[in-house]
Design a protein. Structure first.
Length: 133
């Protein structure tokens, strides 16, 4: 029977998980994990996300997330100037109601999630403009 780890994880990540586990068993007191292990763990977190990386490697999610956020460079004004993704609605849908989920994140980290159903396109655009302002 194939286990989740054998099926889902790359060999490199399995090796890293063994290295982290070996370090955890051998550490004395509250010694900090070596930076080379953290660097490898953060590379996995960049690819798979902090939750899954922490789960697979046996690390604290909050620590992985905090270190990952500290590692990423600050957003510049140029980066936060506009949305990363915008969907243009088809002209065929102009008179029809739309059902969708809007997720908006401000540069400050504030997140808003709005679910709408049967909202005419012009009202949806007005809502988007209001959220962007």
């Amino acid at each position: 029977m194939v286990t989740w780890e054998e099926d889902e994880l790359a060999r490199e990540v399995q090796g890293l998980a063994r290295r982290v586990s070996r370090w955890q068993r051998r550490r004395v007191g509250r010694a900090r994990m070596p930076e080379d292990l953290w660097e490898a763990a953060l590379n996995v977190a960049c690819e798979w996300g902090p939750y899954r990386a922490a789960q697979v490697l046996g690390l604290s999610y909050s620590t992985v997330k905090r270190r990952l956020e500290a590692r990423e460079p600050e957003l510049t004004a140029e980066d936060s100037a506009g949305p990363a993704f915008v969907e243009v609605l088809s002209p065929m849908m102009a008179g029809q109601g739309i059902a969708c989920v809007l997720e908006v994140e401000a540069a400050s980290g504030t997140r808003v999630r709005v679910e709408v159903k049967d909202l005419p396109t012009r009202e949806l655009l007005a809502l988007l403009r209001g959220l962007a302002a």
